[in-house]
Design a binder for this molecule. Structure first.
Ligand code: OAD
Length: 242
């Protein structure tokens, strides 16, 4: 991989690093992305199931899809791209990671400074008392009822048409404003707010580095675009940070 010398210099001298990840970073772990060929479940697209309307219409169908995804993710492990970001966190004290992924693989690879801006599939939230719980797949297979108030549980993830958690969003905006380097990895940009975060970083002077198999909605903002697999490119890129 060719890394221009001026980029190597920026990787060394920059302190505030922000990584923004999407489903592509987990693809090499075997977790299907949303918009690729394997993004379908039965005949449904994510946009048809991950909505409050779909859940109120047919909570069992939506839960069936989430349980299928939870089962699948439980059998997968972090890959070299996740591990590289955990290593980068150790190298740079001002590193932070914002992920759109709900799969929890960043935490399992050792990353600690993470904002899961779209939630986590291994947590549930009660539609009645609003408490959150860590999800036990086997328990959910028996009942979707809250242990405390018996209302319906839902996955603690952001659905289409819902507003972002304002605390997490404000923290993310702040990180984007402060970033000297923004690494955008494996995300299509089909969802607007994360693209907006990249735009904020860029307009506040961050250098934007993108890794993706193909061009995305972020690419017009990118200063450097590295085409290819995150699991191959990221370990080498991270080796230049010191
Ligand atoms: P998408 O499925 O929309 O996009 C995945 C991106 O990863 C694509 O641009 C692929 O080209 C790229 N990609 C695939 N494999 C890769 C690899 N090995 N290395 C690098 N890049 C790779 O997923 P997201 O952009 O994460 O939101 O989708 C954003 C949001 O839409 C999700 O968080 C979810 C979804 O609906 C909500 O649920 C709110």
């Amino acid at each position: 991989m060719q890394i221009p010398s001026e980029l190597k210099e920026r990787l060394t001298s920059s302190k505030k690093i922000l990584a923004l990840t999407g489903a592509g970073i987990s693809a090499e772990s075997g977790v299907p992305t949303f918009r690729g060929k394997e993004g379908l479940w039965k005949e449904f697209r994510a946009e048809e199931l991950a909505t409050p309307q779909a859940f109120s219409r047919d909570p069992h169908l939506v839960w069936e899809w989430y349980l299928w995804r939870m089962d699948l993710i439980s059998t997968k492990s972090p890959n070299s791209a996740h591990y590289s970001l955990a290593e980068l966190e150790k190298k740079k004290s001002d590193f932070f990671l914002i992920t759109q992924n709900v799969d929890g693989l960043h935490a399992r690879s050792g990353s600690k400074k993470i904002i899961e801006i779209h939630g986590n599939i291994f947590r549930t939230k009660c539609t009645g008392c609003k408490k959150t719980f860590s999800s036990q797949i086997e328990e959910l297979k028996v009942s979707f009822k809250c242990k405390e108030c018996a209302s319906l549980l839902r996955p603690d993830v952001l659905w289409f048409g819902e507003t972002y958690n304002s605390e997490l969003l404000n923290e993310s905006i702040h990180l984007a404003e402060e970033a000297e380097i923004a690494l955008v990895i494996g995300t299509s940009g089909a969802v607007g707010i994360p693209v907006e975060l990249a735009r904020i970083a860029k307009s506040n002077g961050a250098l934007l580095i993108e890794i993706n198999l193909e061009k995305s909605a972020y690419s017009s903002l990118s200063d450097y675009f590295f085409p290819g697999k995150a699991g191959e490119i990221l370990p080498e890129l991270v080796s230049y940070f010191s």
